[in-house]
Ligand binder design. Structure first.
Ligand code: 5AD
Ligand code: SF4
Length: 469
């Protein structure tokens, strides 16, 4: 897998307040943890609830329903959910005294993994719903309002995406000029550290017609950049418009034909699924942004084997060479785990060596976190926390240096930027570079949704500053 879950700062998106259905409409507050797929799912749940009369709010105090869309990838992420539930439980108790109801729902990967256990541990929770059944949310809520506690984690046989309502165009337009679109869900790879195959189930690919229709709606609402999502997105193989099975490369070529869609991305990929057609898309498709998140996790063949990654460090490096030959300006991104069971100093040095060889533009790195039910958790040779800390620090130091050097290499260059939103300071707008960096430009640079050329003048911690050309 490998949608990026951002360890220390969960993306607390509250779904955008939508056009109300009157002052008495029920309100839902959605808090999203974890990866981009959860961000996408939160929007789709909000859409399903809108059809049920709920209006989204970003103020938890106003909510009649609080929905936590949770992440189970590492222990810390899961524990955060329980501490948040403690706070909301107190709110619910205060509300009850005032005679007003507050419903609490847990969705996402913790919901799928722990099911009824959540209600045992946190009895204030009214509903638990797994990612495969979000389209049943209105029905689940009806049962909850009838006084039941509901746990809905069975995999639905019907197609969730067929049954999730599409948001109104005005609603979509409010969400900005970049959007996520899930094309694939689940994973069959079973890396030994990872819970995803258990929480998101086995791989499912959405058919081309469904994906194209959703992308067209996004483009009509003003979206210029779409990121295709999947836990194993490059393993996507869907039914094509001609009845044949397509791969991701072909899908990208098809999506690039949609008027208005100027930029395409996909995340996250597994090295074993980078096929010729996809590499060709990087070579021949200008709309496909020159940025690739391709997690490797470790640079040691011994550890890669124990992780069941089914490739070597050499395989990975050779693959990157082929990709770079196809698209010279491609920036690489990756995920790393330090302190997997059995990892020695020499194994860790091999990871540093691989990082030096690849030279990443950005990367995410984590301490190994044993997940119940995964083979890794049962292995011998767990690494001491202090050693994991020290390795993580060294790795992150190197990766940060590479990221900063990449930013610096752009100073003085003219690059295209998608103007996304007003800046924090007056007189500024924030754009996005082809390599995903925020670009701070003068307000007069262009309207939101425009793609303009700017010259990079200097770098910030994580962003670029630019002037008009
Ligand atoms: N411990 C630490 N990191 C993990 N990841 C996945 N599972 C674990 C785990 N048990 C990391 C991997 C993956 C990213 C999304 O999270 O690097 O690519
Ligand atoms: Fe990614 Fe491996 Fe987890 Fe699948 S099992 S989601 S490939 S890390």
């Amino acid at each position: 897998m490998e949608l990026n879950t951002i360890e220390s700062h969960d993306i607390g998106i509250a779904a955008e307040p939508s056009a109300g259905t009157g002052p008495t409409a029920k309100k839902v507050f959605v808090k999203t943890y974890g990866c981009q797929m959860n961000v996408y799912d939160s929007q789709r749940m909000t859409d399903a609830l809108a059809a049920d009369g709920y209006v989204a709010t970003d103020a938890v105090e106003d909510a009649d329903l609080v929905l936590l869309n949770t992440c189970h990838i590492r222990e810390k992420a899961a524990e955060k959910v329980y501490s948040e539930l403690g706070r909301i439980r107190d709110m619910k108790a205060e509300r009850a005294e005032a005679g007003r109801e507050l419903l609490i729902g847990v969705a996402g990967c913790v919901a799928q993994a722990e099911g009824a256990e959540i209600i045992r541990r946190s009895p204030a929770v009214d509903l638990v719903i797994g990612p495969q059944t979000y389209h049943r949310l209105p029905d689940v809520l009806a049962r909850v309002r009838g006084g039941k506690k509901v746990v809905e984690t069975e995999y639905a046989i019907e197609d969730k995406f067929e049954h999730l309502p599409q948001p109104k165009r005005a609603e979509l337009a409010k969400r900005g000029v970049t959007a996520f679109l899930t094309v694939q869900e689940g994973c069959d790879k079973f890396c030994t550290f990872c819970v995803v195959p258990y929480t998101r189930g086995s791989e499912v690919s959405r058919p081309v017609a469904q994906i194209v229709a959703e992308a067209e709606r996004l483009a009509e609402a003003g979206v210029r950049e779409v990121t295709l999502l999947g836990q194993n997105v490059n393993a996507w193989h869907g039914l094509g418009e001609n009845g044949e099975e397509w791969g991701l490369g072909r899908l990208l070529f098809r999506l690039a034909e949609i008027p208005g869609l100027a930029r395409l991305r996909y995340t996250t990929s597994h090295p074993r699924d980078m096929d010729e057609e996809l590499i060709a898309a990087h070579r021949d498709l200008p709309a496909l942004m020159p940025y690739l998140h391709l997690p490797v996790q470790s640079g040691s063949d011994r550890i890669l084997k124990a992780m069941n990654r089914r490739h070597t460090a050499r395989d990975y490096l050779a693959l990157i060479e082929r990709i770079r030959a196809a698209r010279t300006d491609i920036a690489m991104s990756g995920d790393f785990i330090v302190g997997f069971p059995g990892e020695t100093d020499a194994d860790f040095e091999a990871t540093l060596e691989l990082v030096r060889e690849v030279n990443y533009a950005s990367a995410f790195s984590f301490k190994y976190s044993p997940r119940p039910g995964t083979p890794g958790a049962e292995m011998d040779g767990h690494v001491a926390e202090a050693v994991k800390d020290e390795r993580l620090q060294r790795l992150q130091g190197l990766l940060l240096k590479q990221q900063q050097d990449f930013g610096l290499s752009l100073v003085g260059k003219t690059i295209d930027t998608l103007i996304e939103k007003p800046g924090r300071q007056a007189g500024q707008k924030v754009g996005r570079s082809p390599w995903l960096q925020p670009v701070i430009v003068d307000d007069k640079a262009g309207g939101i949704g425009d793609i303009i050329d700017v010259r990079i003048t200097r770098t910030g911690y994580n962003s670029l500053f630019a002037e008009l050309v």
